[in-house]
Design a protein around this ligand. Structure first.
Ligand code: NAD
Length: 499
């Protein structure tokens, strides 16, 4: 399909997308599909100033009315789900079901945010002083800077933007330089929703196409009240000191190194499906991809043999073909990183199957791989790192405590799961002495979060929470109010001061 046929219905002028300096290559075949204009740091500063102006107007619009704009955005996404999902597949290389699934997640967060627009409430708190009432009020925060990764090129923006908009904030988004077209399409859909809304301030949502320097401009600018950054732990480590130096707020969603434990009582059919989707889905390029399998020695031989069979039958190919399960890696650097990790794993005693390049004749400029299964003698150095590719390290265990120690023994803390039919194991896994991750699942895999729950993780994953539950609080500021309706002025803690 010609890319212009997708861009035009999504509201993008196809000619503009060929006139810039940033080449966009589809990971499907490596071909250049667009050349988009890039922003300068000065453009970023102007955009932040304009966003601040938009914020000053938007913060006074009642929250349920703000929700109406997000409802209209949800309508645009519903109407354009197939086209945007296909563009995600072309630009990020996900299979079509995952591309449209990502757009469905955007629709879901819009629905969630519309309901939330009538529920931004604070607490009323008992005061120790007679004739007094304490309460808290949540106010819009300011300009929210969003930095996103290539692998969820549209959903992460919507997780942030749908909430930020109902919370009364303005948004400036720097998407991954690998996926600018989907970002421009989202912005065009937002602009359509804003036009239907009627009187939304100009520049309430903006997109800045560019590299790290644009992300750093957002991090450094005093007007950006919250920097919500999704990407590698390396990125978070570079970015967060810049925000901290000006006492700004950061919401970090960084790398994961997610494990599934399979206990002796597990339903192996279910475990197999959960592991397969988690480890080879999106070609191992999800932050929640399953990277480690910690399997009880009594079921390990059977499970590994069945996994190898399942791996053999997972079709690798163009993500646009309906029966493909494993699409390409994003680029050559990802392929090289995978090969380096496999070499290290072999040096550290691992026995690898898979990992070879595939379809090189058909797509010499693209990077398809056979997902790799690596049986490790222990959780060695290479297993502690997140390699953003389909490598599943398999380790065996004897006791439950040993399995939990292994699960927690990595620097990252995003997603985790256990397959078990033992109630004690399930409960302990979710308890304080169990998984140390932000997500701990029982009898479902590590990937495939749904809107409603807060999403994010601990340790080097950065500690941020997005999307569901009370994640909205990150996009607002809290004021504590004490009201005295008595005729006295008692001080707290019984202090007397003067006569
Ligand atoms: P990346 O860190 O290379 O880039 C992410 C974004 O940060 C891009 O927009 C990039 O331009 C920007 N960036 C990079 N360095 C920066 C810097 N020093 N200052 C400012 N901005 C900077 O990540 P990627 O390769 O696009 O994505 C894969 C990574 O993202 C993986 O580690 C994955 O686990 C993580 N990820 C995490 C989540 C989550 O929710 N926890 C979700 C998706 C992806």
């Amino acid at each position: 399909m010609n890319i212009d046929d997708l861009l035009t219905p999504l509201g993008l002028d196809a000619r503009n997308q060929q006139a810039g300096t940033l080449a966009v290559c589809s990971p499907i075949d490596g071909a250049e599909i667009a050349r988009v204009p890039e922003c300068t740091t000065q453009d970023a500063h102007l955009a932040i100033d304009a966003a601040q102006e938009a914020f000053m107007a938007w913060r006074t619009v009642p929250a349920p009315r703000r929700g109406e704009l997000v409802r209209l955005l949800g309508d645009e996404l519903r109407a354009n789900k197939q086209a945007l999902g296909r563009l995600v597949s072309m630009e990020a290389g996900k299979i079509l079901a995952e591309g449209t699934g990502e757009v469905q997640e955007m629709i879901d967060i819009c629905d969630f945010a519309v309901g939330l627009s009538r529920q931004l409430y604070g607490l009323t708190i008992a005061s120790e002083r007679p004739g007094h009432r304490m309460m808290e009020t949540w106010h819009p925060l300011g300009v929210v800077g969003v930095i996103s990764a290539f692998n969820f090129p549209v959903a992460v923006w919507s997780w942030n933007t749908a909430l930020a908009i109902v919370c009364g904030d303005a948004v400036v988004w720097k998407p991954s330089e690998k996926t600018p077209l989907t970002a421009l399409a989202c912005q065009a859909l937002f602009d359509r929703a804003a036009a239907k809304f009627g009187n939304a301030p100009a520049k309430l949502s903006q997109v800045l196409i560019g590299g790290r320097e644009i992300g750093q401009a957002l991090a450094a600018h005093h007007r950006v009240a919250l920097v919500s950054a999704t990407g590698s732990t390396r990125m978070g480590r570079e970015l967060s000191p810049i925000v901290a130096a000006r006492f700004g707020r950061c919401l970090l969603e960084l790398g994961g190194n997610n494990a599934i434990i399979v206990g002796p009582t597990a339903d192996l059919d279910m475990a197999l499906r959960g592991i397969l989707f988690g480890a080879v889905g999106t070609a191992g390029q999800r932050c929640t991809s399953t990277r480690r399998l910690i399997v009880h020695e009594s079921v390990a031989d059977e499970l590994v043999a069945r996994l190898k069979q399942a791996y053999d039958s997972a079709r690798i190919g163009s993500p646009l073909e309906p029966d493909t399960l494993v699409g390409p890696l994003i680029d050559r650097a990802a392929y090289d990183g995978m090969q380096r990790a496999l070499e290290s794993a072999r040096r550290q005693g691992g026995k690898a199957t898979g990992g070879e390049r595939r379809l090189a004749d058909e797509y010499p400029q693209a990077w398809y791989v056979e997902p790799a299964l690596v049986e490790m003698p222990a959780q060695t150095e290479v297993v502690l790192q997140e390699t953003f590719a389909p490598i599943l390290y398999v380790m065996r265990y004897k006791t439950f405590d040993e399995a939990v120690d292994m699960q927690n023994g990595v620097p990252q803390g995003l997603s985790s799961a256990i397959f078990t039919n033992d109630l004690r194991e399930a409960e302990q896994f979710m308890s304080v002495t169990g998984s140390d991750c932000g997500i701990a699942n029982v009898n479902i895999g590590t990937s495939g979060a749904e809107i409603g729950g807060a999403f994010g993780g601990e340790k080097e994953t950065g500690g941020g929470r997005e999307s569901g539950s009370d994640a909205w609080k990150a996009y607002m500021r809290r004021a504590t109010n004490t009201i005295n309706y008595s005729r006295e002025l008692p001080l707290a803690q019984g202090i007397t001061f003067g006569s």
